[in-house]
Design a protein around this ligand. Sequence first.
Ligand code: AKG
Ligand code: FE2
Length: 277
Amino acid sequence: MDAHAHKNAAMRGYEPMLETQLDPRTKGDIKEAFTIGDCVIESEQDYRGRTGQDAPAHIVKSQNIWPSAVPWFRDGMYRYYQAVFPLAMKLVRIFALAFGLEETAFDKDFSFPIWGMRALHYPPMPADAEANANGLGAHADFSWITMVLQDTVPGLEVLNQEGAWVDAAPKPNTFVCNVGQYLERQTNGKFPATVHRVRNKTGDRRYSIPFFLSQNPEANVEVLDCCLADGEKKPAATNVGDLYIRRVLPARKKHPTSIQCRDVPECELRYSLLYAE
Ligand SMILES: O=C(O)CCC(=O)C(=O)O
Ligand SMILES: [Fe+2]
């Protein structure tokens, strides 16, 4: 498999069953995935058109890898990206308006944002599967928002405020839209990140494609003034890229980038690790 995620510092590419472990209480995630994401070099993402600048000279290798045996896969993934990315950016503006800000208030933090897209396959879990056997363990996304496109097979569950798991069953022509950890921080917890998991108990294969959008890696997330109580002090800002790497590495303990960083204190982990050659 020439596009195995272990061959790629940015953790993109193919992940076999049990590669990730989003919830450390489980035995690992019973799913296969193929991940792509932001890359300043791939022409489909038009870095120059979007930012008006040349790609940073120190990034010389694509962060994505592609399976050479199926060239159509890249076309298909990018066709979907070209449709879903502008829609996600519309949501960014709608959120800005909802917070009483200018429509364009967040645009500067999303000029070339971190994004990820995963083609996911969940095999059927046996009906008597153990309680800790999950397609994806309980987690909140490392994103600002996530838009999940599901096929017709249910499996996604969301933890509600009473602590009960409720089905987010597929509905035709809809996305499930999750609040991620950056939006939670920016709203001071007023928009809590959705805790969710996947358990495919149907006997059929389940497929989904989540699209994750975060801000630019160099952006700093500050709590919005409208989300502070009277007299409440603003918490320290969080760097988007550094928080991202601190969340992603522990969920992928088998990946060479995680192994290489095993003894690095969390505060020293930097997003630039993902650009390694
Ligand atoms: O497959 C799904 O419906 C959800 C996927 C998900 O939560 C994730 O990849 O973070
Ligand atoms: Fe998720």
